[in-house]
Design a protein around this ligand. Structure first.
Ligand SMILES: [Fe+2]
Ligand SMILES: [Fe+2]
Length: 219
């Protein structure tokens, strides 16, 4: 399992494995699946780690805080309305303190996890590591990548046809517009605008294909 090929510290390997196990518990609880064909949550978490580290590199946020927070941010996610952020912050403190993760950075991780929720918001998040986690988490829910993630989620939840899935994806554009306006960092805001544009184009193309609009009438 996992994609964390060459971790340089034992905590990275340990924490990513725990994060993976948590995604299986979520799939079991939500959909009674022992091993989903497409593990939406695991795809999402790995993407948040990748995007978080990229953003940390650009913005100067502490990469260790961002990475640990990204692995553990959805550890307790089990449904739509839960208090997984607060629970995740508590668990992160407990888990990380048993590893070689720098002790003085643990509070930064907990703080970032505690404030990662909400699909959009009015005010900027601080400090920078919390801002970066929020942005990476939400960026993972935008763009072509997110369409694959959401289709995987849809399939795991056994919710019906591609056409129905498409109309749900089109409806999601409403909150996704607000998400783009809520980004904390400039690079995420820029990428968000681009992703939303690409996503709309992709959805239009998909709808056109499903409806056969790309077939030319012969005269
Ligand atoms: Fe979350
Ligand atoms: Fe998340």
């Amino acid at each position: 399992m996992g994609n964390h090929k060459n971790p340089s510290h034992p905590w990275q390997q340990h924490i990513s494995q725990l994060a993976y196990q948590a995604t299986l518990r979520e799939a079991k609880k939500r959909w009674d699946l022992d091993k989903p064909a497409v593990n939406y949550r695991w795809e999402h978490v790995q993407t948040v780690v990748k995007l978080g580290l990229e953003l940390a590199g650009i913005t100067g946020a502490d990469p260790e805080i961002v990475e640990a927070a990204a692995w553990l941010h959805d550890y307790h996610k089990r449904g739509k309305d839960d208090d997984h952020a607060q629970k995740g912050a508590r668990t992160a403190r407990e888990l990380l303190s048993q590893t070689d993760f720098p002790l003085k950075k643990i509070s930064g991780v907990c703080n970032a996890i505690a404030s990662h929720v909400g699909l959009y918001k009015d005010a900027l998040i601080e400090p920078l590591e919390a801002a970066v986690l929020w942005d990476a988490d939400k960026l993972s829910k935008l763009g072509i990548t997110s369409l694959f993630h959401f289709v995987g989620f849809w399939a795991a939840a056994d919710r019906g046809s591609l056409k129905e899935c498409l109309s749900e994806l089109q409806a999601a554009l409403e909150w996704q517009e607000k998400t783009v306006l809520s980004f904390n960092t400039e690079p995420a805001r820029r990428a968000g605008h681009k992703r939303l544009k690409d996503q709309k184009e992709f959805l239009n193309l998909l709808q056109g294909e499903l409806e056969g609009k790309d077939l030319e009438a012969r005269s």
